[in-house]
Design a protein around this ligand. Sequence first.
Ligand code: UD1
Ligand code: CA
Length: 450
Amino acid sequence: MSLSVVILAAGKGTRMFSDYPKVLHKLGNQPLLQYVIDVAKSLNPENINIVVGYKSKEVISAFPNEKLNWIIQKNQLGTGDAVKYVIPHLKGSQTIVLYGDVPMLQLEDLEQLIKKTQKKLGILTFNKSNPTGYGRIKRIKNNIECIVEEKDCDDTERKITEINTGIICVNTNNLINWLSMISNNNSQKEYYLTDIVALARKEKIQISSQEANSEITITGVNSKIELAIMERALQNKKTNLLMERGVTLLDPSRTDIRGDLKCAMDVEIDVGCIFEGKVQVGNNVKIGAYTHIKDSVISDNTIIKPYSHIDSAKVGINNIIGPYARLRPGTDTNKDVHIGNYVEIKNSKIGTGTKINHLSYIGDSIVGSNVNIGAGTITCNYDGVNKHQTIIEDNVFVGSNSQLIAPVKIGAGSTIGAGSTITKDTPENELSLSRTKQTSIPGWEKPKKN
Ligand code: UD1
Ligand code: CA
């Protein structure tokens, strides 16, 4: 058995009230369509065909790295019309139709559906207490006869609670044949893909069904309210997985994982934290409230205090970071480092045991071990045109409110007097300072108001 996937994604999504095509709206910081593509890929199909229409260029260019076959449907004349466009591209003996706006589909449901379909036709169904809006599965003596769209239902049909999720698996040759037979003779003047069911029945073909595991997995997104509900459902799934593996979340409903968060043992995460991209957290790490971490590694025994921002950084073992610390891309700290409040670090290596505790900017620097950087120290790495490097060797003490004008090297063991502007390399183990001597003017009088 070989399989082709068709993903329908041509609709505008009118009820989103947005200029963006619906399938590009984001769930967990990824376009809705990405989730459908990912589950499609897990089916190992011959090819993945995506039918686009509304703002097709934008949709296509949002997935530059995927191996996908994009097909443009000129006018949105219905799901049957959309699938017709794909006929020349179908390579598998079976075809499965998915929807670009149904992101939480479960691989197991699809695998079951494909298995049950055997050679002919299978429908993913769901029993919905309020079936309004969905096509109804009409059965006679347990056999599926046809699917009736909401707008074409009579009063008895409208009461049927078994609905068509829209996901259909079908023998490709049969599909092509049946599609040539459907018409738009219905209340919406659309070509319904669902009409192939009645055609199959006419040919006395056994139609199988698979009931989806849970409602959210077959739910489509049509409005911003539904998108927000879906976001919570996705977050619940992610936070449950973490808690099942032993992570302590002080309130899972106030945790957002917009990517892939991997935690080792005894990790504790306070409320309001946002994780983006790939984040890896070691043993015994504590993450304080309202912290934002993106594409970073946090090593064992480290404490991140509240309101810290960490982006593309590697934080070493047994560090204390924050509160209000900002680690920008290329920050790489060794063991036992302390980074305190209002400290910004970018593209810098920080050695073992070094402390940068207050109000500093360290950029494009290599800082050795056991360095103490005083409050308000600035590495002046930018001359207005180019960036330059600052090297601070082991055991240096930089006094508060110093400016280190890069390129510059602070020699091992040296001390920088507070309030200095350092423009030249400093010798090892000496005190360097650049401030004028303090003077007091005797008899000086305060200015008086005229
Ligand atoms: C469809 C099903 C219905 C099912 C429901 C589940 C048909 C006729 N009906 O109805 O039985 O219960 O889905 O949500 O199939 N699309 C295109 N091109 C088109 C029309 C639609 O790509 O010409 C895409 C849309 O972008 C959307 C999907 O197909 O993602 C479903 O289309 P929509 O018109 O919303 O179908 P429903 O009326 O919901
Ligand atoms: Ca419709």
